[in-house]
Design a protein around this ligand. Structure first.
Ligand SMILES: Cc1ncc(COP(=O)(O)O)c(C=O)c1O
Length: 512
């Protein structure tokens, strides 16, 4: 059978069904598949090679009409035309994380072997819910879970599952912790009495997905208690111990302590070993959110920063942050595989209970999702091509670079810098002198927006003790200290101009 092609010039288009069939990947359409994918790769490659700034600074108001103009009911008929259109609606104005002056959020440049994995996994389209939809893919995911659990040191009974991201991993961890805490509440009345009394302790610098999870899990609105941190923004284990005691006295039940190995803003790593001691003495579940800090698992020089993580009951890792994987790629690991039963439901059509007796490995028995991407393949190919040490070296490099950036900012009298990160963030703000000082919040907000609008660089913002700060998150080894210095100059220029203009206006008003 010949494969129909559909250039716009085609005079006698094939019948509609034949045309539709040719768009599906099958034995007769592989040439089309090869060409189409190669064209797409070429477009991206061209962009990656030539973009001069991380974004164009386009606004939603400017871009929305371009996207809205596309008539989704009138297909273009061929991929080349669709790619031309894609340049306008996406590729031209997107945000490029590989650019060295992208310094905003926890987005990494991606490893090429992982992109190969992405191309393979989407074409084969395995679904990781059951063995009969995945075969070897299930075994590959299991090997990677075992490999990660070994790196953490969770012991022989560990298990886990890939998830869509850190938020989902945290949600599942807290679901398991809630069910373990409710184990003794066997009657519906006992459970209804216990649920509103459950509490989760984490630091104020912990990730907001903990609060979101508590809500999704039907806990009380005040279920998440923010425990004080030390000056380095690490949770105080003694305060955790005191809070557990206070909760118990008040008739509350602490169902989990969430330690963070790499807080989103400060890159601080809670003292996990000390938390483990407190939790084990109190019989409380310890979850470690290592979404950001998990890259330390492969670091040749900094693995010790995670000491104590091996004592956690559950651990979140985000390979799509510090393992240089494309979104999505995350996992939840547990010390005792039996707790994963809380995520198990047997459906007759999919994973009937008898399959457990037949020892058929169905990952859906452990997952909150049913149909699930074979994200594990990306990490597999990355490890097989690059190996773990190379990944760890890349993460080490950005941590070293962040330390240099911290020095640079802290030595610059125009800026105030917050605690030195154990990972790769730098939280700082432009601090005007004299009467402009009270404009500090507005000037920093303005500088961030003006910088983003120019597209020259992207930085993040956050609040520290009620004040507006800016944040660099370094995850790109290609970012140099010169890049950081250049972005600081741009920020100082934007913020300084703002202060000047606004103090000048104030003075004019006073004179008038
Ligand atoms: C510490 C921490 N935990 C969890 C998350 C959520 O991860 P995701 O965005 O993959 O859902 C983040 C995201 O930045 C994070 O920094």
């Amino acid at each position: 059978m010949t494969v129909p092609t559909y250039s716009v010039e085609t005079t006698a288009p094939p019948s509609a069904p034949a045309a539709a069939h040719a768009h599906l990947l099958h034995g007769d359409s592989v040439e089309q598949y090869r060409r189409t994918l190669a064209d797409g790769v070429e477009r991206v490659a061209r962009r990656v090679a030539t973009v001069g700034r991380p974004s164009t600074g386009i606004t939603p108001a400017e871009l929305a009409p371009v996207v809205d103009r596309v008539d989704l009911d009138r297909p273009l008929g061929n991929a080349d035309a669709a790619l031309d259109e894609l340049e306008d609606v996406y590729l031209r104005d997107t945000v490029w994380f590989h650019h060295p002056r992208y310094l905003a959020h926890l987005n990494c440049p991606v490893a090429i072997p992982a992109l190969l994995g992405e191309a393979v996994l989407t074409a084969v389209n395995s679904s990781l819910d059951t063995w009969d939809q995945s075969a070897g893919a299930t075994l590959i995911e299991r090997r990677l879970i075992d490999w990660t659990a070994e790196r953490i040191g969770l012991g022989p009974n560990a298990d886990g599952v890939f998830t869509s991201g850190g938020s989902q991993s945290n949600l599942q961890a807290l679901l398991l912790a809630r069910e373990e805490a409710c184990a003794a509440a066997i009657t519906p009345a006992a459970r209804a009495d216990l649920l509103p009394r459950l509490r989760v302790l984490t630091s104020a610098a912990g990730h907001f997905s903990v609060q979101k999870s508590a809500k999704l899990l039907g806990l009380a609105p005040d279920a998440v208690i923010a425990v004080p941190t030390d000056p380095q923004r690490r949770i105080r284990p003694a305060a955790v111990r005191d809070e557990i005691a206070r909760c118990r006295q008040a008739g509350l039940v602490v169902m989990a302590v969430v330690g963070t190995a790499g807080t989103t803003d400060f890159g601080s790593i809670d003292p996990i070993a000390e938390l483990a001691v407190v939790c084990s003495a109190a019989g409380v579940w310890l979850h470690v959110d290592a979404a950001y800090g998990c890259g330390l698992l492969v670091s040749p020089t900094r693995r010790h920063l995670l000491d104590g993580i091996e004592r956690a009951d559950s651990v979140t890792v985000d390979y799509h942050k510090s393992f240089f994987q494309p979104v999505s790629s995350s996992a939840l690991l547990v010390r005792d595989r039996r707790v994963l039963r809380h995520a198990t439901y047997h459906a007759d059509y999919l994973n009937p209970a008898r399959m457990v007796e037949q020892r058929i490995p169905n990952q859906v028995d452990k997952s909150l999702q049913t149909t699930r991407r074979f994200d594990a393949l990306k990490l597999w190919l990355t490890l097989r091509v690059m190996g773990p040490d190379a990944l760890g070296e890349l993460f080490d490099e950005v941590i070293d670079r962040a330390a240099d950036a911290w020095e640079l900012v802290s030595e610059d009298p125009r800026f105030e810098v917050v605690t030195r990160s154990q990972l790769s963030t730098v939280v700082f703000r432009y601090l005007p002198t004299g009467p402009g000082r009270e404009l500090a919040d507005a000037a920093n907000l303005h500088a961030r927006e003006a910088l983003a609008a120019s597209g020259a660089a992207l930085v993040a913002g956050t609040r520290v003790d009620g004040r507006h700060f800016l944040k660099f998150t370094l995850l790109n080894p290609a970012t140099t200290v010169d890049d950081v210095g250049h972005v600081l100059e741009l920020i100082a220029a934007h913020a300084g101009r703002y202060v000047l203009e606004h103090t000048a206006v104030d003075l004019t008003c006073h004179v008038g």
